[in-house]
Design a protein around this ligand. Structure first.
Ligand code: XMP
Length: 327
């Protein structure tokens, strides 16, 4: 039997009972595979790595070492949530790495999108590798949040972020407990494991994070404006009941300025672009008709609350021709 092929008769996990049966089965399998050895996991806070972490904590407790790399390109509150849920609530063995200055230093002046992605991906592996070496010989396994679409779609969007590029002298056996599950099943399992809804129903978020939404060469002021505008957008979509009905939404800050008038004086500040899409598989996407009053409220709040921003736009471009992200 091919361990990377989902058996034809495997039923789709949709109910809490099915999720519980899967959890029981995987907990036993993980205990069997790992024994008393240690397991390392890169915990981004995304759905897949969070569910794998929660499963492993249930199975082997502190034998799991979670490494959370804060690259400075997370959305507002996300790194804090990882620490809160995994360290404070689940009592996990969590290594929090503040690598903000490292990433932003390397990215300084780099405007080309692919070059930015490469730097972020390579530095992520380097930071993770350093942490892996620190825990050293004790660790035998590397856990990953690989899911079934990652296996069947060879060019899955995850490619940028998976820790596939560790050097040969770091030899780990892989532990991939959700690799035969589809995303919706991973969510049902996560809910049954008691993870918060914000984490379980999190939107797709690119591995390079806000790095692909702070267009051109990233600067700290624009990155901060982007993060604050994104937080306002999320809050107001939530207030308007749109969080569940819109598939993905975020803000983008371009690297050019626009003219405005503030306090009777000419301003020359950054625009914020709002992007919202509905899609089934992210291959094609439509722009939802957001209520005018909601868009107006978001615009007013961003202009009033986010320093350095003097204009707000709503992107009406479907995919194709526009991609969902701007870079
Ligand atoms: P595009 O922009 O290609 O995005 O229409 C399709 C979906 O993929 C997400 N995306 C990424 N996810 N690493 C990821 O893990 C990436 O580099 C990346 N680029 C885009 C995007 O947010 C959308 O959901």
């Amino acid at each position: 039997m091919d361990p990377n092929k989902r058996p034809d008769d495997m039923e789709r996990i949709a109910t809490p009972e099915q999720a519980q049966a899967f959890i029981d089965e995987q907990v036993a399998a993980i205990q069997d595979q790992v024994g008393d050895k240690k397991v390392l996991l890169a915990l981004s806070g995304g759905v897949d790595s969070s569910v794998v972490a929660a499963l492993l904590i249930k199975a082997i407790g502190k034998q799991l070492i979670c490494v959370h790399v804060n690259h400075g390109l997370m959305r507002a509150g996300e790194s804090e949530q990882v620490v809160d849920v995994f360290q404070n609530q689940l009592d996990a063995n969590l290594v929090y790495v503040d690598a903000v200055d490292r990433f932003l230093g390397l990215l300084e002046g780099v405007a080309e999108p692919e070059a930015k992605r490469k730097i972020i991906g390579a530095e992520f592996i380097r930071v993770f590798e350093e942490e892996a070496r620190k825990v050293g010989d004790e660790v035998s396994f590397l856990a990953q949040g690989t899911i079934y679409p990652d296996i069947i779609e060879s060019d899955g969007v995850k490619a940028h972020h998976n820790v596939g590029g560790l050097p040969d002298d770091l030899q780990f056996e892989l532990c991939e407990p959700v690799k035969l599950l589809y995303k919706d099943e991973v969510r049902v399992v996560g809910k049954e494991l008691g993870l918060p809804d914000e984490m379980v129903y999190r939107q797709p978020f690119p591995g390079p994070g806000l790095g692909v939404r702070c267009l051109g060469a990233i600067t700290r002021d624009r990155l901060e404006a982007l993060r604050e505008a994104d937080a306002i957008l999320r809050e107001e979509f939530d207030n308007a009941g749109l969080t569940q009905s819109v598939w993905q939404f975020f803000t983008v800050v371009p690297d050019f300025r626009a003219t405005g008038v503030r306090d009777g004086k000419r301003a020359f500040d950054w625009p914020v672009i709002i992007r919202a899409v509905n899609t089934v598989d992210a291959m094609t996407a439509e722009v939802p008709e957001i209520d005018w009053a909601v868009l107006k409220k978001i615009t007013d709040r961003i202009l009033a609350e986010v320093p350095g921003v003097c204009r707000v736009c709503y992107d009406l471009t479907p995919k194709p021709i526009g991609t969902i992200e701007w870079e």
